[in-house]
Write a protein that binds this ligand. Sequence first.
Ligand code: NAP
Ligand code: MG
Length: 405
Amino acid sequence: MAKIAMKTPLVEMDGDEMTRIIWALIKERLIEPFVDLKTEYFDLGLAYRDATDDAVTVEAAEATLRLGVAVKCATITPNAARVEEYDLKQMWKSPNGTIRALLDGTVFRTPIPVAGIEPTVRTWEQPITIARHAYGDVYHNVELRIPGPGTADLVFHGADGSELRETIFAFEGPGVVQGTHNLDSSIESFARSCFEYALSTHQDLWFATKDTISKTYDHRFKDIFREIFEAEYAEAFNAAGIEYFYTLIDDAVARVMRSSGGFIWACKNYDGDVMSDMISSAFGSLAMMTSVLVSPAGVYEYEAAHGTVQRHYYRHLEGKPTSTNSVATIFAWSGALRKRAELDELPELAAFADALEQATLGTIEAGFMTGDLARITTLPDPVTLSTDEFIDAVAQRLADTLPAA
Ligand code: NAP
Ligand code: MG
């Protein structure tokens, strides 16, 4: 049987440490035997980012804008210890931050459900996807410690010489004050990314803020979502049989806990930070969470939600066996291949992406898994496999369903 053909290459961003090891194994054992893989390769491993003064990260993001679909391995965000460890020229910025700034996207995180790893919340039958707005609010704040009596004002100096002014509070004693901001343009991009992703995954979209209390700031988010929905998406949602639903954040939290899942929950920056950790841990494991960056221009970048699994990598370097879960990285590849298949109309490639995911989940459901899952599974007598053995078990299962070329 001939290998499955591709038309347009994927943008491939290699990464660091244990996930770099897994990356090569997935390509060699799970994809290349079946697919005539076409990629434009960018090495985002820290050594090469340093050698190119981080130009490689920018080139990879530009290639993603050109080709439309990327798959990314986890990468090290350098701190002081990494500067020493890798003898870096400087403490390079987070590659994800650089890519996100160039693509102007929203990150969607979705748990990968599998029988035997049960969500803590009984009623959750399908995954809940968190869409987090990644700009502004308390993450770009300005704060003051108020030392004693006095008045704090909020003042805007217009470029045209106009002025807007409100008193925040007349302090009689010490306290604190904070200023935050957001941009219509950023909120609009966030809204469009969410509506696009809801349509492309055929799921309802929920959005919530505290607009009853924050009558100007949060209300602006609510209005922008409503205006864009009505002008650009209402018909398409109707035709697709999906719904856009707005409510207050506290009502949303209560409804999420009683829901059966299967929708996208768009969150403001802080809500998304907090709620995505709740959702991922309640669904079982960070190693069972996919992440996709969707730009308002409809460009997609797939990755795993976890990092480079540094502790396991050091064990690997010592020659000790590791049991690192490759599921989220496998699903980054299958997600990217499926999106490429959809854009290039390649049904065979789409079927391969499905088969790869089924083989991965089937392996776990048959009781063969890495240590992180073996510790939490409800399946009886799970068999704990090493990093290699798990990927080999998936390859075996895949070969049983799809004859290799
Ligand atoms: P991490 O790589 O996510 O790992 C934290 C811990 O979670 C691991 O030590 C391991 O626990 C467990 N874990 C995570 N993924 C796992 C997997 N696939 N299989 C099994 N266990 C898994 O986070 P980190 O150690 O804080 O960060 C390491 C590096 O990753 C940092 O340099 C950071 O900058 C980078 N990072 C990159 C990204 C990204 O590129 N998207 C995201 C986050 C962090 P046990 O050790 O207890 O087994
Ligand atoms: Mg957090």
